[in-house]
Design a protein around this ligand. Structure first.
Ligand code: IPM
Ligand code: MG
Length: 375
């Protein structure tokens, strides 16, 4: 039996709806596998701005630091979109990633066979697609200096600095190469080395780390524009992709279309192992945003969040059997057509967020029975 202390940060828009289903699945896992679980909620993003006048209240940081893992929904929405605002909901999320030092963001892309029809790509291109994007998460243009200057003869100048250090590149490369070792031993590093200085440092650093520490992993380099094309032309060719913060953000939204919907992709953001602690601190979130257009209607897809729970069980708690059971429960529920509108085949019935979450929790019960009777 393990004791799992998890911070829940539902956030804005559809965040609360999908996190409720993630929590339901966590409770189901705890019950079926006899773990003790403690879920503690906190505020982040726009709702925190409203209630506490900051997108990342200090008590939320404290809550996340004292938990073994964090499950987050989404932040942002049109209510807080005023470009002149001093504070934005997104600063809460970026601040939390930075506070927790979760520099490696794993975004697995796997095409579930019965969802191939939901993808705008032809089904035969999608068979067997299975790769992971490792996105650097706490550096680059997201965190560089940002400023605006008035020009003497009118108009303004806006500056976003993009900064990377050798050690920031080394540590995320190691996470990606380790992961490749557990898979097909193929790593693709994505940059824009023909234009950007940070990309030239990126490329030479990745090359050196692989040569010195991972000679058994095959490395190739792709420019980000070519990668965007290759993701649609031959997605099966990828195993592990490692890339900087903004390229990773953009490429994974593109990649989600292979899997049928932005709503089905999970992510795990990991830092270093904490010495003496069993759990590796992690922040888990679906890759989709707050989807304000459908918020509150009970139709958001909870699969990205529930698969993020599976990643949490695997990476933060080392509970591989439970993680697989959650993934199987999701697959079984999709296979029997219990899906939300974003992935329901044309003309087929679609189900609510809570229906799908409930069906996955139920499927988990029968899977846990099989697992326990085999043991
Ligand atoms: C993501 C999101 C965030 C990002 C936004 C909400 C700041 O798009 O997690 O991919 O750009 O990192
Ligand atoms: Mg994004």
């Amino acid at each position: 039996m393990s004791r799992l202390t998890i911070a829940l940060l539902p956030g804005d828009g559809i965040g609360p709806e999908v996190v409720a289903e993630g929590a339901r699945v966590l409770r189901a896992v705890a019950e079926r596998w006899k773990h003790e679980i403690e879920l503690r909620e906190g505020l982040i993003g726009g709702c925190a701005l409203d209630a506490r006048d900051t997108p990342l209240p200090p008590e939320t940081i404290e809550l996340c630091r004292s938990a073994d893992a964090v499950l987050l929904g989404a932040v942002g929405g049109p209510r807080w979109d005023n470009p002149a605002a001093r504070q934005r909901p997104e600063q809460g999320l970026l601040g939390l990633r930075r506070e927790l030092q979760v520099y490696a963001n794993l975004r697995p892309v796997k095409v579930h066979p019965s969802l191939a029809v939901a993808s705008p790509l032809r089904a035969e291109r999608l068979e067997g697609v299975d790769f992971v994007v490792v996105r650097e998460l706490t550096g680059g243009i997201y965190f560089g200096d940002k400023r605006r200057e008035q020009l003497p003869h009118g108009g303004e100048r806006a500056i976003d600095e993009c900064v990377y250090t050798t050690s920031e590149i080394e540590r995320v490369t190691r996470v990606a190469a380790q992961l490749a070792r557990t898979r097909r031993r193929k790593l693709t590093s994505v940059d824009k080395a023909n234009v950007l200085e940070t990309s030239r440092l990126w490329r030479s650093t990745v090359t050196r780390v692989l040569r010195d520490e991972f000679p058994d992993v095959a490395l190739d380099h792709l420019l980000v524009d070519a990668c965007a094309m290759q993701l649609l032309r031959d997605p099966r060719g990828f195993d592990v992709i490692v890339t900087e913060n903004m390229f990773g953000d953009i490429l994974t939204d593109e990649a989600s279309m292979l899997a049928g919907s932005l709503g089905v992709l999970p992510s795990a953001s990991l830092g270093d192992d904490v010495e003496g602690q069993r759990a590796r601190r992690g922040l888990y979130e679906p890759i989709h945003g707050s989807a304000p257009d459908i918020a509150g209607r009970g139709i958001a897809n909870p699969v990205g969040t529930i698969l993020s729970v599976a990643l949490m069980l695997r990476h933060s708690f080392g509970l591989e059997q439970e993680a697989r059971a959650v993934e199987q429960a999701v697959a079984a529920t999709i296979d029997r057509g219990c899906v939300t509108a974003d992935i329901a085949p044309c003309g087929a019935r679609s189900y609510s967020t809570a229906d799908v979450g409930g069906a996955i929790a139920e499927a988990l019960t029968s899977i846990s029975r099989q697992v326990h009777s085999r043991a």
